[in-house]
Design a protein around this ligand. Sequence first.
Ligand code: PHB
Length: 267
Amino acid sequence: MARSTSGESVLTRTMRILRTFNTTPTTLSVSEIARRADLPIATAHRLVGELVDLGALERESDKRVRIGYQLWETASRSSPARDLSRTALPYMEDLQAVVREHTQIGVLEGTDVLYLERLSDRGAGRNVAEIAGRLPIHATSSGLVLLAHSSPEFQEEVLQQPLRRYTAHTVTDPGQLRRRLAAVRADGYVIAPQMITLGAVGLAAPVRDRDNRVVAALSVVVPADGRGSPHMHAPALVAASRGVSRAMGARVPGGNTIRTRGAKPSH
Ligand code: PHB
């Protein structure tokens, strides 16, 4: 395969170009693509031109470029994400009908939560999670669920990194996080109050596959100052996550009993 002077293959450079569309804005000029992908402008021009000819990218009338329908079609047709979304959506809809704020499902990608689906009520409160968007593992309810069920090695790798404090409520101390992860495993769900953004509380529970491995986190986001305690949504959330898990072939023990930590839990 043709390699640049830096020794990188065309495929690697092409992937770097495609990944520049993973963040907003999703429509970019070639010079923005070159800068984000750290490529010489001539290389970016040539590769973007080829990707446009192949239909992977599309050019707008102002010459800016975005992901084309062909690439979207290929990525959406038969991915694990689509299977998970399809299985989860009926349960998410039922959950959303009760919570009437935001319901979402996410998987672990690197040290981020990647959100696959999100349902939101008109007039719902603030939510920084977007479909195909990422949020950090240590600062979201879904992330804490996914981390709690990851290997001890991966947990330590994450906990040893410098962890960003997004709000005054973000837990960044490794010892405190370890205790929080143990509580997630014991309780079967987690509440993350205003950890990623002020004004919003996340609640998440694990989704398991046929091998009983945790493959996703189902979560709801409610306003921090909403009526009632966020805890009141836990039974519906846990029931829905168990429903998705069963539909995925997991052997989930009967009943939807959940363990709560006193009337006014401290987490
Ligand atoms: C969370 O899962 O903790 C979470 C996610 C998105 C938000 C707020 C909270 O906007």
